[in-house]
Design a protein around this ligand. Sequence first.
Ligand SMILES: [Zn+2]
Length: 412
Amino acid sequence: MKYKLIFLSFFFCFFYLGCTERNLDLVTGNENLKVFQNIRIIVGNGTIIENGALAFENGVIIYSGPQSDMEINSNAMIYESAGLTMMPAIIDTHTHLGNSVDSLTRDLQQRASIGIAAAMSMGTDDLGTPLEFRVNPPSQSARYFSAGRGITMPEPGRSEIPHWVTNENEAREAVRAEAERNVDMIKIWVDDRNGQYEKLSPDLFSAIIDEAHTLGLRVSAHIFNLDDAKELVESGVDVLAHGVRDQDIDEEFIQLVQNHPDLVLIANLPSSGRVFDYDWLEYHLTEDQLIDLRTNNIERPEMEEFFSIQARNLARLSDTGTIIALGTDGNTFWAPHIEMEEMVFAGMNPHDVIIAATKNGAELLLQDDLGTLEVGKSASFILLNDNPLADIRNTRAMVSIYLDGNEIFNAR
Ligand SMILES: [Zn+2]
C-alpha cells in the first residue's frame, strides 16, 4: 500500500551541498511536515529498514517505512539523506541530576544536545528539587523523571538526601512521603558498602516493595551482591539499577529472573578501563573539559576484573531474554554513548544495545511515544553519518538530533 503525502511541489535539501537554514525556510512549504528520505531506519523494535523514509508532522511520525512505498507529491520539507542512519533518541534510565533550577536545566538541555530524549534521576532529588520540570520542562531539554529521595539504612558520611530508615514503619512512611511527591519510581539501596554499614534487610525492602506496589509505584534497587539480588527479585522488585557485581551469576538466579519476565535490568557497567575516543565531544565540551578527559584517558588494567564479572553477567542475562535498559549512573550527560560501547564490549550485539538504549528505556519510563520510530510516535531521533550496527561508536557521528519534532542540534 502506498502512503501518500499529497501536496503541491517537491523540495530537496542536500545535507552536503551547503543547505542553509534560509533554504529550509520554504515560502510555500508546510513547515510542520518534514520528510527524511533514502535513510536506513533502526526502528528500535528490532526492525531495520534499508532505503527507508520517515515523515513527521507537528512532531508526530506519520510515515516510517520503505522509501518505495511512499509517494511524495508535496511541498513538505524534504531532506535527501542518502547514506545516513536514523535511530530513536536515547533514554538514560539511571542518572543523578542537579537539584537546583539552574543545574537541572543545564543537565536536561545538555542531554538533549547529545541525543538523549529522557533521563531518570535515581533517588537523590531533595525537597528543593524542581520536580515540576517533569510537567513544565525547560526549552530544548530531555524529559525528566525522578525517583525523589531514595530509601536506605543510615549511611553516615554518604549523601543525606535519601530517607534513612531502621524499621518497617519508617520504611513504609518513607514510601508514602515519596508517593505524596508523585515520584516516578521508588529507589532503594541494598549494599553494605564493603562492610561499612548495615544494609536494608529483606524484611525492610519487602515492606517497601509492598507499600510501593499498593500505591501503584515500582521499586528500583541498587544492588551489589548476588544474594541480595536473589532476595530482591523474589520479593518482587521491579528494577535492578545495577548488575550483580560480586560474582558470576548462577543458574538459580537466571531461573529466578526468567520467572519474573517483567523485571528490568539497568546494565550500568563500570568502566572497562580501556582508552576511549573523545574527539567526538569537541562540539559539546569546553577546551578545558576536553583536556581533562584526555589527560585521564589512560588504560586502567586494574578495572578489568570488576568489569568482566558484570560484563559476563550482562551478556548471560541478555542471551536469556532479560529486559535490559541503559543507565549510566552519576551525572555525565554524554555517558550513554560510552555505555553503549561498553555494553557491546561486554558481549551484547549492537542492535540489542540500541533497543536497550531506546525502546526498553522508554517502556521503563512509561513513555509510550518514545523509544521507537513508528507511526504515531514522537519524532525524537538521531540522524547519523555512519551505521551504529556496524560499529556502535557511530552513535556519536551525529548529523542532527530531533526531539518531539524540534531540531535540537545539527552539525551541518
Ligand atoms: Zn545511582
